[in-house]
Ligand binder design. Structure first.
Ligand SMILES: NC(=O)c1ccc[n+]([C@@H]2O[C@H](COP(=O)([O-])OP(=O)(O)OC[C@H]3O[C@@H](n4cnc5c(N)ncnc54)[C@H](O)[C@@H]3O)[C@@H](O)[C@H]2O)c1
Ligand SMILES: [Zn+2]
Length: 353
């Protein structure tokens, strides 16, 4: 086992995010040190099950941990109330009590759903994240946001529930299909734009050998933001860079455009608009578009500014005639602006292509 980095997230009940190789086979050791004599409920999806469930179950067994598991069909379409209810039924049928814990083994869909079940079952039981996608490692497994989707929109029912531990085994990324790898890199580039410096440079000159280091830098940045603003009253909104247009694109496409792809397009739109409307102090859009394209991510959309604006009016983050938008002023410096929809319309017009 090689531990690349351990990052402590100092929220009320702080937790470690451990990044390294061959962590899965040591899951039992980590958990037996943390939770004595408790049952573990592993939740995973149908794809991740085939690759990693046995390794985790064996490791738990070797450490004397009594474990049950639940597998749901992979895909965003199953991050819903029906799967959530099935998880709750499985927990109660297996006499899960408040002293037991959940293990989320998979991507962001699994982490969000298992976390939501953990945050609400018996008013909250502990849970551990074992993210297996780039997106889940750099974004969804840290910070405690857990939610499921309704037909009316994504992530509409949720809680803030922080994990007790996050184990990022970067070996698991070797089986991740390329399209999901790209999705995660959109959030990595977003983080690179927010914090600038070495992280943005590592994105521009990407080398797969540096991936564990990149993941660790993203987690460190997000951990700092979450520590200062756990429930997104201010600074945490910065993490929504590119997401206003991204959410509109996802909605227009009826969620057929994957989140990371939508974030890449949304980030491109705001970067172009920032240059063209004079928000940026030096031109930034060429660099941003070039790094996104280098990962094979899209930088433009077929939807018109009018269609995006209409979709943004339904965004759960809009308030009355206003919406928060993150403006990149330069690489490493973005600001949160509350703007009205007329200004958003100007941004979409300026940045669309
Ligand atoms: N809670 C948060 O703060 C937060 C932040 C960002 C995104 N999200 C949520 O995350 C979700 C997207 O996460 P995602 O992109 O990880 O999607 P995902 O969980 O659907 O995983 C993508 C696909 O890869 C498969 N997979 C996962 N790991 C694998 C591996 N190692 N090898 C082979 N296949 C693997 C999955 O089965 C799935 O088919 C969305 O629901 C989004 O709303 C949450
Ligand atoms: Zn995102």
């Amino acid at each position: 086992m090689i531990v690349e980095d351990t990052i402590h997230v100092s929220v009320r009940e702080g937790y470690d995010v451990i990044i390294g190789k061959d962590l899965l086979v040591n899951t039992g050791k980590y958990l037996s040190a943390m939770f004595q004599e408790r049952k573990a409920f592993v939740i995973t999806d149908s794809n991740v099950k085939d690759h990693y469930l046995n390794t985790v179950l064996e490791s738990l067994k070797d450490s004397g941990i009594d474990a049950r598991f639940f597998v749901f069909p992979a895909g965003e379409g199953n991050k819903n109330l029906s799967t959530y209810e099935s998880i709750l039924n499985m927990l109660s049928e297996n006499h899960c009590t408040r002293s037991d814990y959940i293990l989320a083994l998979g991507g962001g869909v699994c982490g969000d759903m298992a976390g939501f079940a953990a945050g609400t079952y018996m008013r909250g039981i502990p849970f551990v994240q074992i993210p297996t996608t780039v997106l889940a490692m750099v974004d969804s497994s840290v910070g405690g946001k857990c939610a499921v989707d309704l037909c009316q929109g994504k992530n509409l029912v949720g809680v803030f529930h922080q994990p007790s531990l996050v184990l990022c085994d970067t070996n698991t990324l070797s089986t991740l299909p390329q399209k999901y790898f790209k999705d995660g890199m959109a959030e990595v580039v977003k983080t690179g734009i927010l914090c600038g410096g070495e992280l943005f440079d590592l994105c521009c000159n990407f080398d797969i050998e540096n991936l564990p280091k990149i993941i660790s830098m993203c987690v460190e940045y997000k951990a700092g933001v979450v520590e200062r603003d756990e429930t997104e009253q201010g600074e945490r909104k910065l993490l929504n860079l590119g997401h206003t247009a991204a959410h509109a694109i996802e909605r227009c496409s009826q969620y057929t455009v994957p989140h990371g792809h939508a974030v890449a397009i949304g980030t491109s739109i705001i970067a172009r608009a920032s240059d063209r409307l004079g928000f940026s102090s030096t031109p930034i859009s060429d660099d941003i578009l070039s790094v996104l394209s280098s990962f094979g991510l899209p930088t433009s959309t077929e939807y018109s500014p009018e269609e995006l604006l209409l979709a943004s009016r339904m965004d759960k983050k809009s308030q009355g005639n206003e919406i928060s938008v993150i403006i990149p002023e330069k690489i490493g410096h973005c600001v949160i602006r509350s703007i009205d929809f007329d200004v958003l319309s100007t941004i979409y017009e300026a940045g669309i292509s």
